[in-house]
Design a protein around this ligand. Structure first.
Ligand code: DAT
Ligand code: MG
Length: 136
């Protein structure tokens, strides 16, 4: 089994889409290990998005992810679950996300793309430890 970190971003919570996102994850056969509505601080955002520090969109990303509560979740499934989640999420830019994916069905703007999912098992372990220490 493998665990990955998923975040329903502020736009998703504001639009009442957390149920839709969680429902898709559960219907796929994946299991929630932890889930909590939290407001991410600037410091935690900077650690979580450390790989993007210095990029032109970094400041906007931090403003966005800290603007209102998010639903942070640890999701468990078979080995490779992070890839399953990434496939379900669709492309980073919702304009390019395939229909049937979460972003392809529920989003249109790059800056408001509904969901975060870890991009590797190493990222998953690092990110889970930020939000739910001990659960990776
Ligand atoms: P993903 O969320 O698909 O893992 P990422 O890790 O490359 O994508 O980027 C994190 C978030 O930053 C992404 O969800 C939206 C934003 N972002 C990425 N690239 C961007 C860009 N070129 N312009 C504006 N925002 C961007
Ligand atoms: Mg990423």
């Amino acid at each position: 089994m493998e665990r990955t970190l998923v975040i329903c971003k502020p736009d998703a919570v504001e639009r009442g889409l957390t149920g839709e996102v969680i429902s898709r994850i559960e219907r796929r056969g994946l299991r929630l290990v932890a889930a909590e509505l939290r407001t991410i601080t600037e410091d935690v955002a900077a650690v979580h998005y450390a790989e993007h520090q210095g990029k032109p969109f970094f400041d906007d990303l931090v403003v966005f992810i800290t603007r209102s509560p998010v639903m942070v979740m640890v999701v468990e499934g078979p080995e490779g679950v992070h890839k399953v989640l990434r496939t379900m999420m669709g492309a980073t830019n919702p304009m390019e996300a395939a229909p049937g994916t979460i972003r392809g069905d529920l989003a249109i703007e790059m800056g408001e793309n509904v969901i975060h999912g870890s991009d590797s098992p190493e990222s998953a372990a690092r990110e889970i430890d930020i939000f739910f220490p001990g659960l990776s």
